[in-house]
Design a binder for this molecule. Structure first.
Ligand SMILES: [Zn+2]
Length: 299
């Protein structure tokens, strides 16, 4: 089982607005060592046995949107078969203990969540509605057509991350996996491991995820709080941005060397003092997820 692979590089320069946030303790999320309350699995779920021959899968559905904007997101996701693609990728990599409904729906808030009682994953159309203009604001290069295609790609990439993050919660919950540190960070790590070790397309989704967290962090730096509810229990978007860059860099430091800031490479996203810890952080992620998931990993 290897979590390492690679793909084409597409760093965007770190905007100046983020520099002010560098003063925050880098990697505080991982270093804090606090354990967030883990939503406990109901007894009957723990007792379920995993039948290798009766494998589960993510089961996508696109519910009718309650607003024209929601409907537009629904069409975008459905026409691109985004959730089906994520479900296929998850099944390629991990044995799921049961079918897990993956519902795209109108929620009345920009959110995504694993519901331990219903045992399903919900992706709110509003999440992509909030994200789209923020991602568009990050773009400065290319023709209108190219920017439009990149925006679609980034929305699909961050949707992959969001669903895989929620799948991380689902796996912790359903398999009763031990979590070291914050479960939110562990869920981010699973998503990063799955995307960074995928083919070029999935590595591209990892890069889109980095772009998305940068966009969210920039919005926060401007005093906006686009994801008030969603951001609650998670590390700050700026922390998630640096974590993701760090993890991808840490997965292959030679390949992603341009991620590191230096005099010759001022656009690098990672301060050198964080970068030097990243290969170790990635190794730690592999060590914490791999044994726990080992019985359920396919590739
Ligand atoms: Zn979460």
């Amino acid at each position: 089982m290897s979590w390492r692979s690679g793909g084409r590089l597409r760093w965007a320069a770190v905007p100046f607005a983020l520099v002010g946030l560098l003063g925050a303790p880098v990697g505080a999320g991982a270093a804090a060592g606090t354990r967030a309350p883990v939503e406990q699995v109901a007894d009957q779920v723990v007792e379920q046995t995993v039948e290798p021959t009766e494998e589960g899968a993510l089961v996508p559905s696109y519910e009718a949107g309650l607003t024209p904007e929601d409907q537009k997101v629904r069409t975008f996701l459905a026409q691109n078969a985004v959730l089906e693609d994520i479900a296929a990728y998850a099944s390629e990599r991990i044995v799921l203990p049961q079918d897990i409904p993956l519902r795209a729906t109108s929620c009345g808030q920009a959110n995504a969540f694993w519901d331990p009682a219903a045992q399903d994953i919900t992706l709110c159309y509003e999440y992509l509605e909030v994200l789209a203009p923020l991602l568009a604001a990050e773009q400065s290069e290319g023709t209108a057509q190219e920017r439009s295609e990149q925006l679609d790609q980034d929305l699909i990439g961050e949707t992959n991350d969001t669903v895989l993050h929620e799948l991380g919660h689902a796996l912790v919950n359903l398999y009763d996996l031990p979590v070291v540190g914050k479960e939110e960070d562990a869920a981010d790590q699973l998503s990063a491991l799955l995307l960074a070790s995928g083919d070029e397309r999935h590595v591209g989704y990892a890069l889109s995820t980095i772009t998305a967290y940068r966009a969210l962090a920039n919005a926060a730096a401007r005093g906006e709080q686009p994801l008030k509810v969603y951001a609650d229990e998670h590390s700050l978007d700026a922390q998630r941005f640096y974590n993701w860059v760090c993890w991808l860099y840490g997965s292959d430091p030679d390949k992603y060397a341009t991620a590191v800031q230096s005099e010759k490479n001022p656009d690098g996203a990672l301060p050198p003092e964080r970068a030097m810890r990243c290969p170790g952080e990635f190794l730690q992620m592999e060590k914490s997820w791999s044994p726990a998931l080992k019985p359920y990993l396919k590739t």
